[in-house]
Design a protein around this ligand. Sequence first.
Ligand code: PBG
Length: 448
Amino acid sequence: MPVPSTGPLTTVVPYDTVTELGDNLCHITRRRRQNIFWLIQTMIRCAFLLVIIVASNAFVLQKNFNAINKFALPVVPGGNGDGPLGKPKGISGEFNNFAAHQPTLDKNRNQDPWVQQRQRPRRNRKSEIVRGLVRENIVTAKDFIYPLFIHDADHKEEISSMPGCFRHSMKTMLEEVEEAMTYGVGCFILFPKVPDNLKTNYAEEAYNPNGIVPRALALIKSKFPNAIVCTDIALDPYSSQGHDGVVKDGKILNDITIMQLQKQAVMQARAGSDVVAPSDMMDGRIGAVRDALDAEGFTDVSILAYTAKYASAYYGPFRDALDSHPGFGDKKTYQQDPANGREALIEAALDVAEGADMLMVKPGMPYLDIIYRLREATNLPIAAYHVSGEYAMLKAAAQKGWLDERKAVMEAMTCFKRAGTDVILTYYAKQAAKWIAEEGGQLNLNKK
Ligand code: PBG
């Protein structure tokens, strides 16, 4: 019969039932007692386990404590209370914990903490002299091409988006060349600002033998015969459309443009250009310019090809300088898509086959991967164009006091070399050459 679970105790029940009830109650009490034994037993087991865990941890802690003890806490009598790690005297629980969680931390014969490590790259960085021994890339003034903006005026004019860069008059251009040469810069490239009334769709001014570029070229060569002067091949400074080619129905014509570029190249070679630098990105222009130069006997005039020139927002300040913003649209139908890397290899293969002497990547810093890819793909010298926008960014941050200009610029130059660049075209050329000269002719990134 089941145990009555409800109802008042005073309920009268028959004798038999009472006896049965008593038996059942005894049974329940026995079970409870068993349960309590089980509980006590379990608690004892747990306590035992806990003791084992605590003991083993204490052993590990003690081991690590011994390892760091000497290192962390020499007690300096009368000291200011700081240990060598800036920790207060005495073992701080925090530091102790730190050590306990470094499974690799051991101790050496002197009881100093020791990471068992044979290769320690820091050994090759331990002093400037050691760093000098192992330095892989060094920037020199001889790596630079210095771009110069020129205009037909009797004064120089600062370019507002490129502080420290000017549109030079013939006179100030010569002064700038002279100064740069005293710091070891030997190579220049000219970019002309042309008045609007000389701009046309066919950009005939580009091959005017009395134009500003041939005049400036002749002047520099007559005063500084050892200087190497490069000239830009492209129609944009002379184009009424603000494009690098002849425009028809809103399209940039490739082959007609190349005819104009050939005339421009030959005119520049006649005026004494050492290196022509086609920056237009028309297909086939390197071969066409090479043929035109060779046909006229200018086999010694080099071609610095703008091999991978990207349709970049970083050209903004340059276009301010020359007043050469595109008259309509953008330059995406001839300059490369910044999203593309492999495409640069197609351009490079063509330029090599067509007779380029050097291959240029432009812009520079955001395209170090392209420089590296070209470096792997060709044995020709590689140039990087550190463009106007890159210059402007560094200048602006420096002017705001947000960057150390000298260190940031020299780092950028070194990174070009590391990526595989031989030649660096930069508006910082004169300044960087001066900094290098101040270092005794060698870059020292670690100078205080
Ligand atoms: C044009 C040309 C450009 C630059 C050099 N040549 C601008 C452009 O393609 O629109 C830019 C250089 C710089 O930003 O410093 N042929």
